[in-house]
Each structure stands twice: as C-alpha cells, then as structure tokens.
Design a protein around this ligand. Sequence first.
Ligand code: SF4
Length: 375
Amino acid sequence: MDRHDPTRMQAIDNAWPEADALVYDAGVKARTDHLYEKVKSVVTPMEWPLHAPLIDAINRLKVERDAVILAHNYMTADIFHTVGDIMGDSLKLAQEAAKTEARVIVQAGVHFMAETAKILSPEKTVLIPDERAGCSLAASITGANVGAIREAYPDYPIVTYVNTSAEVKAYSDICCTSSNAVQVVEAIAAEWNTDTVILIPDEYLAKNVASQTGIRILTWKGSCEVHEQFTVEDIEALRAAHPEAMIITHPECPPDVLKAADFAGSTGAMAAYVKDHQPQTAILITECSMSDNVAVENPGVNFVKPCNLCPHMKRITLRGIYEALRDMKHEVHVDPLIAERAKASVDAMLALPSLGKPPAFDTSKPAVSIPYVSV
Ligand code: SF4
C-alpha cells in the first residue's frame, strides 16, 4: 500500500485509540529495554514504566505516519535519546529539516523551530506538540519592528537570529544561529561592503559576536529568559565550589559571564567540547536538560547542573508528541508569501560554507559595548 494513501492513514486512525491504554507490559518492555539502557544514567527505574509505553507508541506511530522527530538539545533525555531522529542545535535541525524525505516533521522544540522546518519544507506536514511553546527572544520583536529598522538604517544589512518568527525572518537579509553568527556577520559585511551590521534581537549574542570581530554591530534589546539569568557571581561561586570543573557557557549569556568561563559556544559547540576534552567535571551554563543529554553520551564526565529551565521547551512532552502524531494535530502553517521571503533569509545562511565543528567564542577577548537600534 502507498505510504501516503489516505485510506492507509484512515486505517491507522481507526486502530490507534486502542493504544491509548499505554501500559508497561512485557511487549513494551521487550521493545524498549535497549532504549532504557541508553538513558538509565539520567532516567530512574521508577520513571521508566511511565515513559516506555509512550516511547513505544511514538516509535511505532512514526513509522506508520512516515514521520521524523527533530529534537533540540534542550529536550528532556526521555525525548532526546529515545524518540528523536535528528538531534542537535538550531543550525543542525534547520539543515536536516531541509533534507529529510519524511512526509511529516514533528518539532520537539519551540514554535520558531517548527516554522523554520515548515519554511524549508513547505510540502511537508509540520507538527508541534504544544502550540504554546514560544520563546522570549522571538516574542521580543515583530516584522513591523524590522521594517522600521530597515527604513531607519537602509545602508546596513539586517541579520536576524533564527530564534524569531517567520515574519521577522522575512524582513531580514540573512539569518544566523549561535553556531555561525560570527561567520554570518562577517560574510554579510563583506557582501554589502560595509563596516556595520545590524544583529537582532538578542542583545547578548550581539555583544558577544561584537567581541569576536572587527565589524561594528548594532542590536535590539531582546534576551533569552533562561540565559540572561546567569551572573558572574554564579560563575565565581561554582568555580569556588568545583575548582576542577570546566565551565562552559552559551553566547546568549551576558558577556561578563562568558569572560568568566573556560569555553563558550552554541549548544552544538558545548556538546562537542565535552566530547573532545572529557573533563573530570563539566558545568554547562545553559538550559537544564542539556546536561542530561550530554551526560548520556559522556559517561566518564561528572556534571554539575546549575539549573535554569526554559518554560517553553518544557511544554514539549512525550505525551504531547504522542498525541500530536496520533491525531495529526497542531499543524504549523506559514503564510506562503512570508515563507518565501523568510526562506531566502534562511537559505542565505545555509548557503555559507560549512563550518564543520561549531566554533568557539574566544572568552579571552575583551567585552564590547554596542549601540541599540531604536525605531
Ligand atoms: S532557551 Fe531561551 S532562546 Fe531558547 S527557546 Fe527558551 S527562551 Fe527562547
């Protein structure tokens, strides 16, 4: 039978209500034991019987629906390591969303990520398990704001972080992620033959990028509600309590936090750093779940977890993924005209040469103060 045949999909729809019993029986146990082996260092034996029936149901539904799950590094380990097909940071998820041949994409991440998947794969059905999964950065700026910035500063290219709505991307010249922000800023400055670039909406990412490049940067007053909470005092207290630890930060943190750390980079760069250096103890200054996900792959490293949870990422649960796939619900739509313009900004980013391993921010470089664009 054709995988995309609507009668086949109806047959699946009719069969699945029975699975709602979702009990941890011998069959589920046999089919999921190998997955528990993977996550047993971060998921307790008491929790597993609650997760396993949902994991089993999701993995069976994925095959029947011809779906892939894109799992961001901030998903809990029970999602990331047991149902995720493509896992990583925003850049990797965007690149893979553009390549997948599956009919359905489930975004285990926040809404702007699902929009990016839809922009890159308009012919596919993109689902988000919880439509309330937003982002403080995405909420900080609108397309109209970017339009006004364009009017006020017509001579400067506008780079927008991918943590923005499709509309904001549509008004931009190129997108960036925390992996490639320095590369993107330098490339667009060369293309426009300018010494000044507008990098929005994250003021801390913009300041951290400004410290790495000779390009003059203007920014917007947006921030990530998770990373902005970390302070130098936090880093100093952690350093005093764990002098042997490598302190690893994300560039959405304030610049003085990066300067106090041993390493800074995107979530992909953070994970790669731990893998390559195998420190005795690692402290990841970022969203809580990232430490568990990296710990699963680095059993020899001890993780200290200063925890800031992202309330938006934590809206994505196994139950939500299961119900989204079962009912094919919470489909993400993007206006075709906006999608076309937004895609040009994302494609401009994806067309830049691959960086291979995500690069580090040099934390020894002096912090830079930069102006805000005002409209
Ligand atoms: S961690 Fe920060 S940037 Fe990421 S989704 Fe949450 S609020 Fe947005």
